[in-house]
Design a protein around this ligand. Structure first.
Ligand SMILES: Cc1cc2nc3c(=O)[nH]c(=O)nc-3n(C[C@H](O)[C@H](O)[C@H](O)COP(=O)(O)OP(=O)(O)OC[C@H]3O[C@@H](n4cnc5c(N)ncnc54)[C@H](O)[C@@H]3O)c2cc1C
Length: 558
């Protein structure tokens, strides 16, 4: 199909209006203002696939205000939205029927001075300030292709609107635009689809360890009064995960009888039926959690992956015409499960880099390398370097991991083994037969009864994520070979997609053409943009691409 596309030239293009992209915009505007006319304000455009800034934002979230203090020193006077100041902190090791409370909080887990926030609200607040600084945010605009000319990034193509399921134009067809820029800043969050393209085509992750991911699943509840203390923060590890799997749970008081409850599970599990949503529901049956939430009402749901590989998994942060920041570049402290402050700091580093590039009118890799230099000298680099081996330390399971984590604390992050080589998450998955032989058939039972009052099935939860997609559009979950799904994968792994997806996008249904056989059925309109499938599929034949603009979740209070 020969499509005429509009080309728009801007100075700077940012992909993703999360904390990283918005901090970039705000800090750049501030630097230009402070330059007193030495540098003119460039035209900056931020595109965001969500229908408004914050619609696709999901986090825990306990915010370390370090970056905020630098970016907006008077943030409290400017009504920074927060639910509660961090109050009592506790850490538990759980078994199915008991719990052991840590007698003290290890320093990295201490949340004194932090805030419990909703990332939706926080992102919306940042976006208002960015727009007030005369930076354009285009919501409902997904970047679908990174434009590279002569090994230089020159911009992004945005997604077409109004195609039918087979890719044919409908009456409302509107071709995506070509957005050309001197520099493109990718702040797409975790497992960014353009970032992935950049890493592959421009070798940004050459010599780096593969990124390691978790899937975090959460619900927001209205709870009965008095069930949590003011600003209470609770973290757990252990049950319901077996000791060889990585992950843990959290409960945060949000004030006004609201609370967040969540569970994050490593995607490096050897279990082909690894199901983060199921583990989350199991977690809610523990007495410690149940006594808080029972009798309350679930209001909202969401899930998202978390990049936990850390310092050694971070790609190169620059290329000709390109910068990376935030979760897209792996700016997340796995030990503290915190990335918002690092996303913001890295956005600010990108702004400082672009400010220098504007002065020189040079956006080549030689100038944009400033980003890497600023990072290596920063507090953020120190923080990430101290925990560089944290996630990899748990490769041999929980107990070995705890010993490693303890050793890392007294050896400035080194632990027993520095830069332990780890495989990509999906390579850990065992074939079903091997797994059952190792673990026993009970290990793969999904035997929970969802009453949809306290324990929710995936579909009911998805309903509470506010997810909406245009049904009549090409699938944004692109399966390279259905034959592998319906035959080889069924035999070898038992179709793990039906378990790892927390939104019931993937189901095995009766194949009417072949009685007695099942085939994969996709429901892309359920997708909550968590990216788990793109990461966890053992054959790596699922590619997540951006759907029509504005489609996806509408996370609330998440
Ligand atoms: C369950 C869970 C709990 C967490 N708990 C905490 C916590 O307690 N404290 C903490 O500090 N951190 C926490 N984090 C991590 C934190 O949320 C992230 O580190 C942070 O949000 C990263 O910010 P970002 O701007 O890089 O990405 P994001 O916040 O993900 O924003 C990226 C934006 O880019 C948009 N986008 C993506 N691709 C495209 C595209 N191609 N075109 C257009 N737009 C695009 C997305 O829609 C999104 O709005 C948690 C994360 C999860 C999932």
């Amino acid at each position: 199909m020969d499509i005429q596309r509009e080309t728009l030239d801007v100075d700077i293009l940012v992909v993703g209006a999360g904390p990283a992209g918005l901090a970039f915009g705000l800090h750049l505007a501030e630097l230009v203002k402070k330059s007193g006319g030495v540098v003119a304000m460039p035209e900056v455009v931020i595109i965001e696939k969500g229908s408004y800034p914050g619609a696709h934002s999901l986090s825990g979230a306990v915010l370390d205000p370090r970056a905020l203090k630098k970016l907006i020193p008077d943030y409290l006077d400017r009504d920074m939205p927060y639910e509660k100041k961090a109050g009592r902190d506790s850490l538990y090791y759980l078994t199915e029927n008991s719990r052991v409370k840590f007698p003290f909080m290890p320093k990295p887990f201490n949340n004194d001075g932090n805030y419990i926030i909703s990332l939706n609200k926080f992102t919306g607040w940042l976006a208002e300030m960015v727009e007030a600084a005369e930076i354009n945010i285009f919501p409902g605009t997904g970047g679908i292709e990174l434009l590279i000319e002569d090994n230089r990034v020159v911009g992004v193509r945005t997604v077409d609107m109004g195609l039918d399921k087979d890719g044919n134009p409908k009456d409302n067809f509107e071709p995506g635009s070509i957005l050309k820029a001197k520099v493109t800043v990718l702040t797409e969050g975790v497992r960014g689809s353009l970032t992935r393209e950049a890493c592959t085509k421009l070798n940004l992750d050459e010599g780096k360890m593969p990124q390691q991911y978790l899937t975090g699943v959460k619900e927001i509840w209205e709870i009965r009064p008095g069930r949590l203390q003011d600003g209470e923060i609770m973290h757990t590890f252990g049950w319901p995960l077996p000791s060889e799997d990585y992950g843990g749970g959290f409960v945060y008081d949000m004030g006004g009888n609201m609370a967040a409850v969540g569970y994050a599970v490593g995607l490096n599990s050897s279990n082909p039926t690894n199901d983060p949503h199921f583990r989350f529901q199991q977690f809610k049956t523990h007495a410690l959690v149940k006594k808080i939430f029972e009798g309350g009402k679930m209001l909202h749901y969401g899930a998202k992956t978390i990049p936990e590989g850390g310092y050694y998994s971070m790609p190169r942060l620059y290329h000709d015409g390109l910068l990376l920041a935030g979760d897209s570049a792996g700016f997340l402290n796995a030990q503290r499960l915190k990335g918002v402050h690092l996303a913001m700091e890295s956005g600010m580093m990108a702004a400082e880099t672009v400010f220098e590039a504007l002065k020189k009118d040079d956006f080549s890799a030689a100038t944009l390398k400033t980003m890497q230099d600023i990072f290596e000298q920063s507090e953020a680099a120190q923080e990430l370097y101290q925990v560089r081996n944290f996630h990899a330390g748990f490769e041999d399971g929980l107990y070995a991991g705890m010993i490693q984590a303890g050793l890392q604390m007294i050896t400035k992050g080194r632990g027993l083994v520095d830069r332990r080589v780890v495989e990509p998450d999906y390579e850990h998955m065992k074939k079903l037969n091997e797994y059952i032989t190792d673990r026993g058939v009970n290990a793969v039972k999904h035997d929970m009864k969802f009453d949809n009052e306290y324990l929710f099935d995936k579909l009911t939860d998805v309903y509470h994520s506010g997810t909406k997609h245009e049904e009549e559009q090409p699938s944004h979950l692109v399966i390279a070979d259905f034959d592998i799904c319906n035959n080889q994968c069924t035999e070898e792994y038992g179709n793990p997609c039906q378990y790892f997806c927390p939104a019931q996008v993937y189901e095995m249904v009766e194949d009417e053409q072949n009685p007695g056989k099942k085939k994969l059925q996709l429901t892309p309109s359920n997708c909550i943009h968590c990216k788990t499938c793109d990461i966890a599929d053992p054959y790596q034949i699922i590619t997540w691409v951006v759907p029509e603009g504005g489609g996806g979740p509408n996370f609330t209070n998440c």
